[in-house]
Write a protein that binds this ligand. Structure first.
Ligand code: ARG
Length: 398
């Protein structure tokens, strides 16, 4: 029996052609694996059938939506994860869950390798292969588009010659990756960073400059995880989906950046991630209310390290695992309610409360009821500024 390779299959042109290319180049039987991470669009059953029609010996669909939300997106939310302070890691978070299913499937069916449709210029090749290496070091990764130099033009010719049932997406000039955490759009006219995005690019968000009445909602968190919207308990996945709808309606989470890829290229990226941006704003506010000053400040540094690791494909790494332990520990008090107002492209926190709140009215108030002994501040400042005073005296002496 021929060796088998499990291909991460999207149903698009590159991975459809990749089935035949992989088989021709390696002699291996190709098993297609389509992982549902909430990308929407086509029916997964249609995608499965297309893989078979394109020559896969078997095609498998995995619904990983809840797993993705619970095990990948919730840790990202607890980490308020934004790469370079802007990008909520939409694609970077989906690769480790897809890679996990590649590895599981490869082991289950006795394949010796896995494959993905990434080019040699992006981050995603690194993420797939680094994740597979960490999960199943015995497997080899093959990247037909990169390793067999499969260009788009060649792919179109191959699909026509072999009569592959591919809906011609050649007209779409953009490279798009999407899942329930957001949508990434690149290439086409966006390759010139001076070109402003056009309304047509967006799918998850409506134009924030078109005025509409604000929506206000209350999100309940338990230990850093959103558990209910307006008193209705929902799964993490359902909360994200609902937030995409409400925040998307107000154009929240449109992001336009020039980003530093791991492989050294700067790329222009347009993202829309309404739920991610609104939930991070809410979660961060609840942390301000419930975390001690030092923990909050230190955590901001950990968060940026966490985002860098995940961006760089190191989801399954020792450092990331250890940072998760720290982050999880900080979340023990991050429970409570955040009221969010969604309007004009923004998610604004308008109310915050928690049984674990560290906000003390009697300490904060300037009105009657003040229990803070202001006279203590005088001595505190004397001691606090003592090192500055001593060194200033030395510097004045010259
Ligand atoms: N630049 C982003 C990242 O590296 C998005 C990549 C999206 N992939 C795509 N094929 N459009 O995470």
């Amino acid at each position: 029996m021929a060796e088998r390779v499990v291909l991460a299959y999207s149903g698009g042109l590159d991975t459809s052609v990749g089935i035949g290319w992989l088989h021709d180049a390696t002699g291996k039987d190709v098993v297609a694996l389509a992982v549902d991470v909430g990308q929407g669009g086509e029916d997964m059953e249609d995608i499965r059938q297309r893989a078979l029609d394109c020559g896969a010996v078997d095609a498998i669909v995995v619904d990983a939506k809840d797993e993705f939300a619970n095990d990948f997106l919730m840790p990202a939310l607890k980490a308020n994860a934004l790469y370079q302070k802007r990008y909520p890691l939409v694609s970077a978070l989906s690769r480790p869950v897809i890679a996990k299913h590649l590895a599981i499937t490869a082991k289950r069916i006795g394949a010796d390798s896995v494959a993905h449709g990434c080019t040699g210029k992006g981050n995603d090749q690194v993420r797939f292969e680094a994740a597979v290496a960490a999960l199943a070091p015995e497997l080899t990764s093959i990247a037909p588009v990169r390793d067999l130099a499969l260009t788009r033009d060649k792919a179109i010719v191959y699909a026509e010659e072999h009569n592959l049932p591919i809906r011609q997406s050649a007209k779409n000039p953009y490279s798009i990756d999407k899942n329930v955490w957001g949508r990434a759009v690149e290439t086409g006219f966006l390759e010139d960073p001076w070109n402003a995005p056009i309304e047509d690019l967006y799918e998850y968000t409506m134009d924030p400059s078109v005025a509409k009445p604000a929506d206000e909602i209350t999100i309940r968190f338990e230990h850093g995880i959103p558990v209910a919207i307006d008193g209705v308990t929902l799964s993490a996945l359902a909360i994200i989906e609902k937030m995409n709808e409400i925040a998307g309606k107000h154009g929240v989470g449109r992001i336009d950046v020039v980003e530093d890829r791991l492989i050294g290229i700067k790329s222009r990226e347009v993202y829309e991630a309404p739920a991610a941006i609104a939930l991070i704003a809410a979660h961060e506010a609840l942390e301000s209310l419930t975390l001690e000053r030092d923990v909050n400040r230190y955590k901001r540094g950990v968060e940026s390290e966490w985002a860098n690791l995940v961006y760089d494909g190191l989801w399954y790494s020792g450092l990331k695992r250890s940072l998760d332990v720290f982050i999880d520990d900080t979340q023990r008090y991050v429970s409570g309610d955040i009221r969010l107002k969604l309007v004009g492209g923004r998610a604004v926190v308008t109310g915050q409360k928690s049984p674990q709140s560290l906000y003390d009215f009697s300490l904060a108030t300037y009105d009657t009821g003040d229990t803070f002994d202001q006279s203590l501040s005088k001595g505190f400042i004397e001691i606090w500024s003592l090192p500055s005073k001593i060194s200033a005296r030395r510097d004045l002496k010259g």
